[in-house]
Design a protein around this ligand. Structure first.
Ligand SMILES: Nc1ncnc2c1ncn2[C@@H]1O[C@H](COP(=O)(O)OP(=O)(O)OP(=O)(O)O)[C@@H](O)[C@H]1O
Length: 261
């Protein structure tokens, strides 16, 4: 379970990115975080794995008080939380399998780190992760020979290989065309349902958020202005989240998607 209790986050330049956030996310939920650009979506997600420190309040992840973690404990804590980025963050000149094996580096003894020698068990786990996202046949290809959607699935496999309880996804489909976006979202949904991994996703495409997520958190100027089941989201709620700029925001996203597509 993830619990935000009266959480505030102010950046050193004085920007109040999160204000009095109170949220509880249970294990296995699929949550989409939506809102205008600059609303605080990335900040919210990145506080969960301590990529950002909160300024005040409490953030608890499965009984761990995240702000109190230090050094090696932070690294250990992060092993349980996968992170997926818009830009995939892969080594494009290496093979797909090597990119997935990278997820095991933190748990290797020093001599294996130096020699880059992974165990047979690691290789099996990496191949299983690739199988879970349907790209096992690409294991020995170089990443730069894959499409954007396939690269995002490699990133997802790398995250899965670390056996996480939670996956944080920061705009995972922003650079993908509409068809590929749905393929990647299908992977997220399957992983969420079959493996009971919580998915917390920051996403601009509201239509896709409503199609895939079970719960929507709407953020406006650093505050949660809607939190509820996807089925409860109405046009009026979207207008509220987007501060009346709802149509303009969607038109901009559709225009961007048409360039990508
Ligand atoms: N490192 C930083 N230093 C100072 N201000 C920041 C920093 N990162 C983000 N901000 C500011 O905090 C606010 C929230 O930013 P955040 O990136 O969380 O929004 P977002 O909703 O994810 O936006 P987008 O959809 O454009 O990614 C914005 O006003 C942003 O300019």
């Amino acid at each position: 379970m993830i619990a935000f209790i009266e959480v505030n986050k102010t950046y050193p330049n004085g920007t109040a990115a999160l204000q009095n956030i109170n949220l509880t996310i249970e294990q296995g939920e699929f949550v989409a975080v939506i809102g205008l650009s600059g609303a605080g979506k990335s900040t919210l997600i990145r506080c969960i794995n301590r990529m950002h420190d909160i300024t005040s309040g409490k953030l608890i992840v499965d009984d761990v008080d995240v702000s109190k973690l230090k050094g090696a404990h932070i690294r250990k804590f992060r092993r349980r939380i996968g992170m997926i980025f818009q830009s995939f963050n892969l080594v494009t000149r290496a093979t797909v399998l090597s990119n997935v094996l990278v997820s095991f580096v933190p748990e290797l003894p020093m001599w294996r780190k130096w020699t880059g020698m992974f165990t047979k068990q690691h290789k099996i786990q990496a191949l299983e992760a690739l199988d879970k996202v349907g790209i096992l046949d690409k294991a020995f290809m170089r990443v730069d020979q894959l499409s954007g959607g396939q690269q995002q699935r490699v990133a997802l496999a790398r995250t899965l290989a670390q056996n996480p309880d939670i996956i944080l996804a920061d705009e995972p489909i922003a650079s993908l065309d509409p068809v590929t976006s749905r393929i990647v979202m299908d992977d997220f949904k399957r992983i969420n349902k079959e493996l009971n991994i919580s998915v917390i996703m920051n996403i601009h495409h509201v239509e896709i958020a409503l199609e895939y997520a079970d719960r929507i958190i709407g953020i406006r100027k650093g505050e949660v202005v809607f939190d509820g089941a996807t089925s409860k989201v109405t046009q009026a709620i979207l207008q509220d989240i987007y501060g009346g700029k709802w149509e303009a925001e969607q038109a901009a996203i559709e225009e961007q998607a048409s360039y990508v597509g």
